[in-house]
Write a protein that binds this ligand. Structure first.
Ligand code: ZN
Length: 92
């Protein structure tokens, strides 16, 4: 009778197995989040590279350097309204 009580009832085993699966899925989720974080970190450095690359925008008239085409277009429209807008800015 006592030895029978020491054996865990079947429902306990099932609960343990489910608990283990839960831990595994939590670990997987953490790994996934870590990977995502890494990917986002890469994306950020790529964006920074792109931003640095974009600094080569320079005004065709006064050679001022512009961080992005929108700023360049605004600059061009404000400072050189009599000049034709460069083709690269027409669809900005
Ligand atoms: Zn200019």
């Amino acid at each position: 009778m006592f030895s029978k009580l020491r054996l865990p009832p079947p429902y306990t085993l099932g609960a343990m197995a489910r608990g283990h699966q839960k831990i595994q899925s939590q670990q997987k989720a953490q790994e996934k989040a870590a990977k995502l974080k890494k990917q986002q970190g890469h994306g950020l450095s790529d964006q920074m590279k792109a931003a640095q690359k974009a600094l080569v925008f320079s005004c065709a008239v006064c050679k001022s350097q512009m961080p992005d085409p929108k700023t360049y277009k605004q600059h061009f429209e404000n400072k050189h309204p009599k000049n034709d807008l460069p083709a690269e800015l027409k669809d900005v």
